[in-house]
Design a protein around this ligand. Structure first.
Ligand SMILES: NC(=O)c1ccc[n+]([C@@H]2O[C@H](COP(=O)([O-])OP(=O)(O)OC[C@H]3O[C@@H](n4cnc5c(N)ncnc54)[C@H](OP(=O)(O)O)[C@@H]3O)[C@@H](O)[C@H]2O)c1
Length: 224
């Protein structure tokens, strides 16, 4: 396992949103330099200032526009809505070249009957990212991590496995170790990117569970 994650600077595209800000706060808490990316420098700086105030330590989080955040990081998490996924990545292919790009995007639709998986021509959001970013090392992870739990400062430990998928062993090892920086989380290798489709789609089932049981459900894999 590559556990050399302490030297990483992590950027989060869409880092002003619930999921991105939640992951950013947890990685900053773990001691990593974190860059909040946004389409707006004002929103990025505001989110970074709020996180630094909440963390109460010396500024560990900076706010930048997505392109600057991507170019200044070693590892970049994609946390934009599915609607903006392709266009965002297409516009940042140069900045993201050579980097580990961690995609947590779930292509889901919502109607009166709840959440459902949307068809994706490439197979999955992660495979779409890999197609748009041929020079990046795309990894799929963090699909089933609840933004509500990430944002709750009372939660100091999670009860959750993070399924990590990708075609680059060193990159998936790094992302497994990254997940392991958050107390209680365990990063588990779960296959190649061609198997990301059902991991993304499974989020629709978790949302159904959450609605029925008023929960923030996650996954634990047994016997590993
Ligand atoms: N929420 C969860 O619990 C959760 C859990 C697992 C995975 N995810 C995945 O994480 C991603 C983000 O979820 P979220 O709930 O944080 O979403 P969100 O709050 O709706 O959006 C995140 C951020 O993306 C930016 N954004 C919005 N529309 C965009 C567009 N068309 N193009 C580029 N950027 C855009 C916005 O930032 P700026 O306006 O500042 O640019 C926004 O703050 C989704 O793909 C979701 O499937 C979410």
């Amino acid at each position: 396992m590559t556990d050399d994650v302490q030297g990483l600077t992590v950027a989060v595209l869409g880092g002003t949103g619930d999921q991105g800000e939640g992951l950013a706060s947890r990685f900053a808490r773990a001691g990593l330099p974190v860059l909040i990316g946004s389409r707006s420098i004002d929103r990025a700086e505001k989110a970074a200032a709020e996180l630094n105030a909440a963390l109460g330590t010396e500024p560990a989080v900076r706010g930048l526009v997505n392109a600057d955040a991507a170019s200044q990081a070693n590892l970049v998490i994609v946390a934009v809505p599915w609607e903006g996924h392709a266009a965002t990545l297409q516009s940042l292919s140069t900045e993201l070249a050579g980097k580990i790009v961690v995609d947590c995007v779930n292509p889901l639709g919502f109607d009166a009957r709840g959440a459902f998986a949307l068809p994706v021509p490439e197979g999955s959001a992660a495979e779409q990212a890999a197609a748009l970013l041929p020079d990046s090392r795309v990894v799929a992870a963090f699909h089933h991590v609840s933004a509500v739990l990430l944002a709750d400062p009372a939660i100091t430990s999670f009860d959750l496995d993070v399924l990590v998928l990708g075609d680059d062993r060193e990159a998936t090892d790094t992302v497994q170790a990254l997940a392991g920086l958050i107390p209680g989380m365990r990063g588990l290798y779960a296959g190649r990117l061609r198997n990301a489709r059902q991991v993304e789609a499974l989020t629709a089932n978790l949302i159904s569970i959450n609605r029925r049981y008023k929960a923030h459900a996650g996954l634990r894999i047994t016997d590993v």
